[in-house]
Write a protein that binds this ligand. Structure first.
Ligand SMILES: Cc1cc2nc3c(=O)[nH]c(=O)nc-3n(C[C@H](O)[C@H](O)[C@H](O)COP(=O)(O)OP(=O)(O)OC[C@H]3O[C@@H](n4cnc5c(N)ncnc54)[C@H](O)[C@@H]3O)c2cc1C
Length: 376
């Protein structure tokens, strides 16, 4: 109890692990994780892709900033992505291209033949597509382990089965207590608790920001013929489904976003059935079995941008939350950005094109706070 850490990070998912790893060389850090092992919640349940446009134009700088780090460390495997539509979806595809026009992403338009070449069993009325050649699969477990290994090697204390239960700030030092009875003192409390980001703020007596967990379901299908390994990630331009191959199987999601409280999310049969129904309406693959199904929480701030920065009321409380559906693909740049902020360091080649103010929690006290907080 004598030691005072510079930073106590709450949560050892991708967010907490990556940020602790970036802070560790220059600071004394402890990570408190509620579960028996890191990665049990959203981080262990992702669909594992790096897709330049995912999350919208405001997320692109974080995704593009992270790409080189992921590639240089061997965590990406080329996949390619196709946004697909029918004749009536052409305006939606056009407006998608317009939205990303100045963001630096690569999008090529394809017609029916280009689509059919890449996705063999799509029904003939799917005639338009946008091709994103840079999309890749991410080795999520590998990336998470990379950060966990780095924090072990740099002397970070990682305590599992340590659910933060109380936090009091006295004379510039947080006195933290876990449900299991551990006591920790730290100068800055970092909220990397994923779906629990708002409850953590409330626990320490701060205003929540309206970060809402939304459930997302994925089913692993055995299909006939088997899914080819070079199939791209296929996303409906209207957001009704996506699928990608995994070792001859297909991972299929109905792109659901069911509001829920922070919890150990489980898939609902209705969402799996919906995914299958949509899939059968757009392809002629035969589904032989649903081998596996899972759900996880994607947590969004009201404007769907992540929240990185000191709390507007309590600067010793740092938000590293709201990573939505892009928390893996943006992790390297986001962690560097936050560490540079916390340690007063210069931007580097991964963060130089990122405007940190876009993600500041201060944006809620200025504009949307009334509405976001009224909705809680
Ligand atoms: C189905 C699905 C598909 C996805 N696909 C992709 C994808 O393809 N690409 C991509 O980039 N992203 C994807 N995502 C999003 C990505 O998984 C998340 O953005 C990311 O995992 C968030 O990481 P995190 O560390 O913030 O959250 P989590 O991994 O949930 O970690 C938060 C941690 O905080 C801990 N915690 C909570 N409360 C406390 C407390 N009181 N004390 C101590 N610890 C606490 C929890 O136990 C948990 O381990 C997907 C998500 C889902 C659900």
């Amino acid at each position: 109890m004598d030691q005072i850490y510079d930073f106590a990070v709450i949560g050892a998912g991708m967010a907490g692990a990556s940020l602790a790893a970036e802070l560790a060389p220059l600071a004394k850090v402890i990570v408190l994780e509620a579960e028996d092992a890191p990665g049990y919640h959203s981080t262990g349940r992702s669909a594992a892709f790096w897709e330049e446009c995912y999350g919208g134009p405001g997320v692109v700088p974080l995704t593009l900033g992270s790409g080189p780090y992921l590639a240089e460390n061997g965590f990406l495997r080329p996949r390619g992505a196709l946004y697909v539509g029918r004749e009536e979806d052409k305006p939606a595809l056009d407006s998608f291209v317009d939205r990303f026009a100045d963001t630096g992403v690569t999008i090529e338009r394809l017609g029916r033949s280009g689509l059919a070449e890449r996705v063999p069993h799509m029904h003939a009325d799917w005639t338009h597509a946008l091709w994103e050649p840079a999309c890749a699969d991410i080795d999520v477990a590998g990336l998470h382990q990379h950060y966990l290994k780095s924090i072990r090697q740099s002397g970070v204390d990682l305590e599992c089965r340590a659910r933060l239960a109380d936090a009091q700030l006295n004379d510039g030092v947080w006195a933290l207590q876990t449900e299991q009875g551990s006591k920790v003192r730290a100068k800055v409390l970092i909220n990397a608790a994923g779906a629990w980001a708002d409850p953590i703020a409330q626990l320490v007596g701060l205003q929540p920001l309206g970060i809402q967990p939304l459930r997302r379901t994925v089913a692993q299908l055995r299909v006939s013929p088997a899914a080819p390994d070079d199939l791209p990630l296929v996303l409906d331009i209207n957001g009704n489904f996506y699928f990608k191959p995994d070792n001859g199987r297909l991972w299929l999601s109905p792109h659901d976003e069911i509001p829920t409280t922070a919890c150990d999310a489980a898939p609902e049969e209705i969402d799996v059935a919906l995914a299958i129904d949509r899939f059968e309406k757009v392809t002629d693959w035969t589904i032989e079995a649903v081998e596996r199904r899972w759900a996880g929480l994607r947590s969004f701030a009201p404007d769907r941008l992540p929240v990185y920065g000191r709390d507007a009321e309590q600067p010793e409380f740092y938000w590293f939350a709201g990573q939505g559906g892009f928390g893996i693909q943006t992790a390297p740049a986001a962690a560097k950005l936050a560490a540079q902020d916390l340690l007063n360091l210069q931007a580097d080649r991964f963060t130089q094109n990122i405007d940190r103010s876009m993600y500041s929690p201060a944006r809620f006290s200025q504009s949307v706070s009334g509405q976001a907080r009224a909705n809680l």
